[in-house]
Design a protein around this ligand. Structure first.
Ligand SMILES: [Cu+2]
Length: 149
């Protein structure tokens, strides 16, 4: 009688442990999802100016997704020598390009360009428009070193 009772208790505790494990993994999944969303940076080009609409700290080893929207009636460039040597991809509604050795992109009037960069090293990524030499058509992104636990 007593032996049967203790076996029941053992089953209950195993189930409780399983539930705890499930809860822990669900928590991990949601924090990873948050991390993926945090790498997006949105840049608006308007009135001949690069405007940082939404930015987050970029950490080494992450993929940065840059959304560049051109609200001007003219074509602008998004150029950075820091892109050379990095694996870069860029796409708009018509073209997708990727690889190393890409220095920049052109964004046509009213178009949106999505640029993805693998942040391999800490440091800054200064960018500018090579079609118009204007102070406001410049910007800089910073890649931070992640303290490893
Ligand atoms: Cu321009």
């Amino acid at each position: 009688m007593a032996g049967h009772l203790s076996r029941v208790r053992t089953h209950v505790s195993v189930i409780a442990l399983l539930l705890a494990a499930l809860a822990a993994s669900a928590g991990d999944a949601s924090s990873q999802l948050q991390l993926v969303q945090q790498q997006r940076i949105e840049i608006l080009i308007q009135d001949g100016t690069f405007l940082l609409e939404k930015s987050v700290p970029i950490q080494v080893g992450q993929t940065i997704e840059l959304i560049v929207r051109n609200h001007d009636p003219v074509r602008h460039g998004f150029v950075s020598a820091s892109l050379l040597g990095l694996f870069v991809s860029g796409e708009d509604d018509q073209i997708m390009t990727y690889g190393k050795g890409v220095e920049g992109f052109y964004v046509n009037p009213g178009k949106t360009l999505i640029i993805r960069i693998e942040a391999e090293r800490p440091g800054s990524i200064p960018f500018h428009c090579d079609l118009h030499r204007h102070e406001r058509l410049k910007g800089e992104l910073y890649v931070l070193e992640v303290p490893t636990a």
